[in-house]
Design a protein around this ligand. Structure first.
Ligand code: CP
Ligand code: NVA
Length: 328
């Protein structure tokens, strides 16, 4: 698909349904190649910068392994490693990186930073999560849904929890582009911004935004949730726990779908395990044992979260190969 070459991936709306489906088909193909040990070094000799203002397990590892499998060199540039944001502007950093690297991944706070990198670097830029969108996550989610539900069209995807965060925004728009029926279930103060809803409505007339769990989950094919407090919002804990406790994904919610084959997805990391330092801290401070999802659901047959995590790598590989490589 020659039309993808040289393009950045900042948000789902940058691509058509056809292009998104192409990424998914390519990801499935690269996954099969990886699993059979067939080399796929489409980016031989390329250099890729991985910029991270926030921590990451999946996104960082997915980009690193994807680059390596494709024959490219990944260079991790963490917060505090480079001049960006302290001694040097985003624009100047973009111009310098663009002279040396063939592509740039960025994870950070402001969506404007990733837009500026794309504008000034002259090379493809991929959004590895900003305050507004998490588009490479959506691609992995769509691939996982395709694998487990069998198709994307008309799939009822219910996102429960913080309806205003990057993952909710991306699913609302990305799911709508893919022809799914997306329902956002959250307290009214955490509904997606009108601008995001308007963007999704360009693709779909079957969007539901509701505070009623009962209404949202009926007939669901997919129940999706994310953390109640995203990176950078740690001061909002008490308020979010208060607001979102009725939106916890538990077995009662899974049963209320009426669909025994409903799958559970979570972009991860998930708060369901007290054995982490974070878990113990939250337990001490807020008396919580579980937050957005119970252990029972997380470990159940419905949960496909680790397939989803693995698919980050295959889908990111597809995006960087298609926008940078020689796929012909
Ligand atoms: N889902 C996701 O983006 O995970 P990381 O924060 O670990 O990259
Ligand atoms: N909404 C979460 C997603 C983490 C992958 C955050 O921004 O922290």
């Amino acid at each position: 698909n020659a039309s993808l070459k040289g393009r950045s991936f900042l948000a789902e709306k940058d691509f058509t349904e056809e292009e998104m489906l192409y990424f998914l088909d390519l990801a499935a193909d690269l996954k099969a190649k990886k699993n059979s040990g067939i080399p796929h070094r489409y980016l031989e000799g390329k250099n890729i910068a991985l910029l991270f203002e926030k921590t990451s397990t999946r996104t960082r590892c997915a980009f690193t392994v994807a680059c390596t499998d494709l024959g490219a060199h990944p260079e991790y540039l963490g917060k505090g490693d480079i001049q960006l944001g302290k001694k040097e502007s985003v624009e100047d950093t973009a111009k310098v990186l663009g002279r040396m690297f063939d592509g740039i991944e960025f994870r950070g706070f402001s969506h404007k930073t990733v837009e500026s990198l794309a504008e000034h670097s002259g090379v493809p830029v991929w959004n590895g999560l900003t305050d507004l969108w998490h588009p490479t996550q959506t691609l992995a989610d769509l691939l996982t849904i395709k694998e487990h539900v069998g198709h994307l069209k008309d799939v009822k995807l219910v996102y429960v929890g913080d309806g205003r965060n990057n993952v909710a925004n991306s699913l609302l728009v990305g799911g709508s582009i893919a022809g799914m029926e997306v329902r956002i279930c959250a307290p009214a103060s955490l509904w997606p911004a009108q601008e995001v809803v308007d963007t999704a409505k360009k693709y779909s007339d079957r969007i539901m935004i509701t505070s009623s769990v009962e209404e949202a989950v009926a007939g669901a094919d997919v129940i999706y949730t994310d953390v109640w407090v995203s990176m950078g919002e740690e001061d909002k804990f008490a308020e979010r726990i208060e607001l979102l406790s009725p939106y916890q994904v538990n077995m009662q919610m899974i049963k209320a779908t009426g669909n025994d084959n409903v799958i559970f997805l979570h972009c991860l990391p998930a708060f369901h395990d007290l054995e982490t330092a974070y878990g113990r801290e939250m337990h001490e401070k807020h008396g919580l044992k579980e937050m957005e999802v119970t252990d029972e659901v997380f470990l159940s047959k419905h949960s496909k979260v680790f397939d989803q995590a693995e698919n980050r790598m295959h889908t990111i590989k597809a995006v960087i190969a298609a926008t940078l490589g020689n796929m012909e």
